[in-house]
Design a binder for this molecule. Structure first.
Ligand code: 6R9
Length: 637
């Protein structure tokens, strides 16, 4: 397979970028021309950021799975599409060729149809990182059902909230999942969620751990039994549903600055075009390369750069079930060595965690197959960047620092491996089609170089968020209302003397803990549900491994028993309401919170105290009760 849109030199990048700004429709029309369409589009782009209303490739008809699967069968049916590495390194791994994957997707698409799933229906997927997860995602896309993958670490309550918001009547899950030395009872978590969600009609359960699960008659069915049924049905095919370019492809929930996660909606054609375009260009994918993205498909990185982007490009993508530190901290390097991985795409938090084990686990493996290293999810600190570059890449592999978001669908600002320059801890330059702009608090553009501001984007790109499911107004106010005619990212950013961008972190009340987005309001709501808690305030603080840790200030009513046990109880409540990823790292009991006269919590002060910077707290004169700050400063945790 060749990629006519692949950029190979800095000059080509400059030319592509210029064209993408001067003639965006011409530019993206050309890129889109190398995909398979049932019917070409009538118009490349219609948009306004006011409503917002954004339509790419209007009138085009296609199905993303025909691009990920069918069109590869003729020339590379026997090429590995997915290499699956199980949690247990001793267990046999599985390789699915494009033909195998096509067969499984078509088969399971028929299972979905047999179980009543129709185009437009929402299907929730709650699974471990097993091949059936990729098959489920693609089978939904095959029949035009809208998938909503929920990361396996979320609690029953979080699942119930998402099921209700998406009105999802179908669920695909596993009995359990393996992660390191743990077995996670996925089906049982789903059962707990469904107590509140009587509208769910069908739950399809993959057999994996074979831990005991309840199976409710008429609602719960086994994946394997359903596959047998379609096998005996005769016609094994399942023609792809013809989708409109702007039909929804999936919903993915993500945290914002308010309490309730938002269902980010991506649509079929634009998402396909942009994830493939960015995949091929950022990682400089060459046919035959083995691509290993260590994210979970439960996050956007897994959607775009384990599943859709690589498969549309006909790449071989590694799907890893386990964790980086089990059975030992050499697991990533073992996988690189075993499959001769060429591109490794991972997160700063994983790198920092592996750094702490020293070079022993690295040195015992042959990493010479590596060509490109990538980072995503949070700002990468220079130390981690250099460690990756020197000890993993041996100075020979370009490191791409890729900045993007669930809402952007694909990589927005990043160097292109070996093509455009890199700079430690800088995402560097925008991809063609991406027009970043820095603004001040009032929305005024900050021009020139060596400046900082809030990062916005001033022109649409094909995989931009279209809406938040069921609540378009929320999409408008969250992303398009802060500054007129701009998409606001929520990130702070600086532009250096060369025009390179460095993302400095969120400027809203969103934390980034181990690369996972968590809203402070969400954690506060969960803490406040704990019996005895009167009020709480949550802020982030720098954490060596996680990037940010969660620091909670809690006003607790009755001093019932041991403070440490109470802390654990509160953490347990948060795990129940959101999931273990949102457990506070530190809880400080206080008798009051620093509030302004209008009742707003002054988080700035709480953040400084959490960071240990108690000396220079800035202006506290607007506080209702400045005394409370002294108490918090002197308090212990
Ligand atoms: C893809 C993904 C998005 C937020 C984003 C920003 C942070 C992601 C980054 C980065 C600095 C990078 N972020 N990549 N910050 N440098 N290379 O992570 O999506 O989970 O929605 O998080 O992550 O703060 O706004 P998502």
């Amino acid at each position: 397979m060749s990629y006519p849109f692949q950029i190979k030199t800095k000059e080509q990048y400059d030319r592509a970028y210029k064209k993408s700004v001067e003639d965006p429709e011409g530019f993206w029309g050309e890129v889109a021309g190398s995909f398979y369409w049932r019917k070409r589009w009538d118009k490349v782009l219609d948009w306004n950021f006011k409503d917002p209303d954004i339509k790419w490739f209007r009138g085009g008809k296609m199905n993303i799975t025909e691009n990920c699967l069918d069109r590869h069968l003729g020339t590379m049916g026997n090429k590995p599409a997915i290499i699956w590495e199980s949690n247990d390194p001793e267990e046999h791994h599985r390789i699915l060729t494009y033909r195998d994957l096509h067969h499984k997707v078509v088969q399971f698409a028929n299972v979905l149809k047999n179980n009543g799933v129709k185009k437009g229906d929402r299907v929730c997927i709650y699974m471990g990182m097993v091949p059936e997860l990729a098959v489920s995602v693609l089978a939904c896309a095959r029949i035009g059902a809208v998938h909503s993958v929920i990361f396996g670490g979320f609690s029953a309550q979080s699942i119930a909230d998402r099921l209700q918001d998406a009105q999802a009547e179908f669920i695909i899950t596993c009995d359990g999942a393996y992660r390191g030395n743990k077995e996670i009872p996925l089906k049982s978590v789903i059962d707990d969620a469904l107590v509140q969600c009587r509208f769910v009609k069908k739950v399809i359960v993959v057999t994996l751990t074979r831990m005991p699960v309840s199976m409710i008659k008429g609602r719960d069915v086994w994946w394997e039994d359903e596959i047998k049924k379609v096998e005996t049905m005769g016609n094994p095919d399942c023609p792809a549903e013809e989708m409109d370019a702007e039909d929804p492809l999936f919903i993915l929930y993500t945290s914002g600055s308010t309490g309730k996660p938002k269902g980010v909606v991506h649509t079929c054609a634009g998402y396909m075009v942009y994830t493939t375009y960015s995949f091929v260009n950022v990682f400089q994918y060459t046919p035959g390369d083995i691509h290993f993205c260590t994210a979970d498909i439960g996050w956007i990185t897994g959607h775009s750069y384990i599943a859709y982007g690589p498969l549309c490009a006909g790449a071989t993508t590694v799907l890893f079930e386990g964790v980086p530190t089990w059975p030992d901290a050499g697991r990533f390097w073992d996988i690189v060595d075993k499959y001769k991985v060429n591109v490794l795409y991972t997160a700063p938090t994983a790198i920092r965690s592996l750094m702490s084990y020293g070079l022993g686990p690295v040195q015992s493996h042959d990493l010479s197959s590596l060509k490109v290293l990538g980072s995503v999810g949070e700002p990468i600190n220079e130390e981690a960047w250099h460690w990756l570059n020197e000890n993993i890449g041996k100075g020979n592999c370009p490191v791409v620092d890729t900045w993007w978001q669930t809402e952007t669908g694909g990589i927005m600002i990043s160097n292109l491996a070996g093509v455009t320059p890199s700079k430690p801890s800088f995402a560097t330059l925008p991809l063609p089609g991406i027009q970043p702009i820095l603004v001040d608090e009032t929305g005024k553009e900050i021009e020139g170089n060596n400046v900082s501001g809030n990062l916005c984007i001033k022109f649409p790109w094909p995989s931009i968020i279209r809406t938040t499911y069921g609540d378009h107004e929320r999409c408008r106010t969250n992303y398009f209302a802060a500054y007129p005619n701009l998409y606001f990212t929520g990130d702070g950013c600086m532009r250096d003397e060369n025009g390179f961008y460095r993302i400095t972190g969120r400027v809203d009340d969103v934390l980034n803990v181990s690369g996972h987005r968590i809203g402070t309001a969400e954690v506060e709501n969960a803490i406040n549900m704990h019996a005895g808690v009167i009020e709480s305030a949550v802020v982030g603080y720098p954490h060596d491994i996680k990037g940010q840790g969660i620091y909670a200030y809690v006003i607790y009513g009755s001093t019932h028993g041991d403070e440490n046990l109470t802390r654990q109880d509160i953490a347990q409540t948060v795990a129940r309401i959101i999931g273990a990823i949102a457990k506070p790292d530190k809880i400080q009991f206080v008798t009051g919170l620093p509030k302004t006269r209008s009742g707003k919590i002054m988080r700035r002060i709480l953040r400084k105290i959490a960071e240990g910077e108690t000396e220079n707290l800035g202006d506290t004169s607007t506080l209702l009760d400045p005394g409370v700050v002294e108490e918090i400063k002197n308090g212990k945790i």
